[in-house]
Design a protein around this ligand. Structure first.
Ligand code: 2AM
Ligand code: CA
Ligand code: CA
Ligand code: CA
Length: 265
């Protein structure tokens, strides 16, 4: 693909989609539940995903779309150009707060992340990256991630993972939460990954994400030298559910060894 042409087009689309979302604030939302009572979706989630697919079909008809709401072709493999889209990441925030949500678009060519866009619509902050060409927040280049000691780190983590839950024993992450300087939970995986890339968080970790939650974020974070794996230190799978652990290299190394027992849990 012509990476520059696709990048310009993708940025325009994301900004236009942001305008559509902002206009929807004054309208009544249609809210439904998906897998359970707190798993929400609105008419806007679907509309925005449809908007991307409609525009892509006319400009780049051979590009495919893997999106959360399942409107696109939802490929089972990543040959060619695939846009991995979350039309609204942080739907609960979108509904309850009208902020702290983002549009997330990762564009992959033969499985390699080439372009990443995370748009914080309300703050008009576009985090963007072209692989190997630097990462930015709007026009400002992002710096390589510094080394951060565990005791000086502020990490993004959902409180669920340190209470009793099905996915991880609470004795594993509780000591980490006590060891770090602070924890935050913003409710949008894409934004939390963008915050790591921008140095606003030192790490983000969670036990269950889908490809559209992290597809853009990992391109952005890796561009500034961050490390993106599962919580067991494994490579992330772009076609399935994953736990996710992203951080600057030194924090990632130290935490994987000293708190996550190199994945032996
Ligand atoms: P969403 O708003 O696009 O659904 C909230 O902590 C974060 O986890 C959000 O990025 C949210 O994305 C994601 N998320 C919410 N419910 C989820 C689910 N059932 N499976 C995987 N990710 C989910
Ligand atoms: Ca969702
Ligand atoms: Ca999401
Ligand atoms: Ca979503």
């Amino acid at each position: 693909m012509d990476i520059n042409a696709v990048d310009i087009f993708a940025k325009e689309l994301v900004k236009e989609a942001g305008e559509i979302i902002k206009k929807s604030f004054s309208k009544v939302l249609n809210i439904e539940t998906k897998s359970h009572a707190n798993d929400l979706v609105t008419n806007m989630d679907k509309e925005i995903e449809e908007y991307f697919i409609h525009k892509l079909n006319s400009h780049f008809p051979d590009h495919r779309v893997l999106g959360e709401e399942g409107v696109g072709s939802n490929p089972k493999e990543l040959s060619g150009v695939v846009w991995i889209i979350d039309p609204i990441d942080g739907t609960m925030n979108f509904i309850h707060q009208q902020r702290n949500f983002a549009i997330s678009v990762g564009i992959y060519e033969d499985g390699v992340g080439m372009i990443g866009l995370i748009y914080d619509v309300v703050h008009d902050e576009l985090y963007h990256v072209k692989k190997g060409q630097g990462a930015y927040i709007n026009d400002k280049p992002l710096s390589p991630l510094p080394h951060v000691k565990v005791e000086e780190a502020v990490i993004g983590i959902n409180s669920t993972w340190v209470t009793q839950n099905r996915r991880i024993d609470s004795s594993i992450l509780s000591p980490l939460v006590r060891a770090v300087r602070g924890t935050r939970s913003y409710g949008s995986a894409a934004l939390e990954m963008a915050y790591v890339a921008a140095g606003r968080l030192d790490s983000y970790m969670t036990l269950r994400l889908c490809p559209w939650d992290f597809a853009a974020g990992i391109i952005l974070v890796e561009e500034v030298g961050g490390v993106c794996t599962t919580l067991k230190g494994e490579k992330l799978n772009l076609l399935g559910e994953n736990s996710v652990f992203i951080a600057n290299a030194s924090f990632h190394d130290a935490v994987l060894k000293d708190f996550l027992h190199n994945g032996n849990w």
